[in-house]
Ligand binder design. Sequence first.
Ligand code: UDX
Length: 447
Amino acid sequence: MRKITVIGTGYVGLVSGTCFAEVGNRVICCDVDQRKIDLLNDGVIPIYEPGLEEMALRNKSEGRLLFTTEVGEAIEASDIVYIAVGTPMSETGEADMRYVMSAAKKIGEHLNDHKIIVNKSTVPVGTGELVREVVQANKKYPWTSFDVVSNPEFLREGTALSDCMNMDRAIIGSDNPEAAEQIAQLHAPFNTRIFKTDLESAEMIKYAANTFLATKISFINAIANICEKVGADVEDVAKGMGMDSRIGEKFLQAGIGYGGSCFPKDTYALAHIADKSGYDFELLKSVIKTNQRQRYVVMDKLRETLGGLAGKQIAVLGLAFKPNTDDMREAPSLTIIPELLKQGAVVRTFDPIAAEAARKLLPADVAYMESAELAAAGCDACVILTEWNEVLTMDLAKVRDRMKQPIIIDGRNSFDPKVMEQHGFVYYSVGRRPVNRLEAERKSVNL
Ligand code: UDX
């Protein structure tokens, strides 16, 4: 049993803290946000993540998981202090390090004994050293010592608990083998592969891994756009590519582009780090540009199919950046919906979980419906932006009968085109042949 404090009860802090408690440690999760801590102490989990509520509340009631705003006291009562605060994207694309630095200052002020300070937030290379300097400069008791370790997270929203409990790897970066070994032991119950390295390499691994995955997505999206022009099918292309074990089949799902809290932020941040280090990372800049353009590839298909958007009623199915989360950060819907409204469309939406979060971010004249079938009723077209199970299993016959015209533009390749053809939809997806193309358009293509 280790005594751990996790500073920051956002997504990463809360999931990691809960999992550390689940394997028997005593964990104090702290935050400066009193409202959030009050909610957690009242048994309300402020984010939607499958399984988290049950696991967090069980560990809380068994006394292994505590929530407080008393960060200083929590630090003093722990041997290991995790920094899991946000590093949001600043206006210049850099990671905003304000919260990491204030956590480091607080740790220095409350360093009453030897502690291992572990950074879980995604931070630019060199931050570990900076944390060391800030802690050192703010030490209240000069005789105290500490180690700094980097232990980046690789959790995916929607599957974060199982990702954490069955991690495929734990990256541990430190210049002190003893501190690294202690953090390795902390991970023993997760039955994972441990990779120990130096501080800077661990920090770099997080950026390199995320931007590589983002590159795979932009690459397959670019291939999809070419497939449409040459008449190939991107799903077969991805399958054939993925059969080469050097490439692998994962993260080759073409669509409307990546969103979420990590890929957009980390791609910008690494491009910025590279620029600052004197290397022009053109490849990564293209990945970012390709991702931004992909939103409009789907949007253009909709506009062209309908011959303009003014006065058209559009159903947007899915608002979150991906299924099984209410996270709206960098969600394609945040670009697409304002654009639809700007071009004169009327927008009705459906999202089983993220509607409430979306309401705070989207223009007021957006309607939120209880089901995909209700959202589609009376619409000129449906656009699928998130492949929620509720969308994949919607009653296609009902949707078709209720729509003004049965047109679906699928930004996530959620359906088999043959099935859509049988149901009589005009169906456009990404990198696959359209079915039941509108007659007018077919003629103009043949001309
Ligand atoms: C990601 C990483 O997977 C995780 O390791 C990291 O630490 C945090 O960022 P997350 O953002 O939760 O996790 O979602 P992920 O499932 O990776 O998807 C990211 C985005 O890429 C989503 O918008 C998703 O729709 C999109 N995506 C993913 C694709 O468009 N195609 C794919 O093949 C895979």
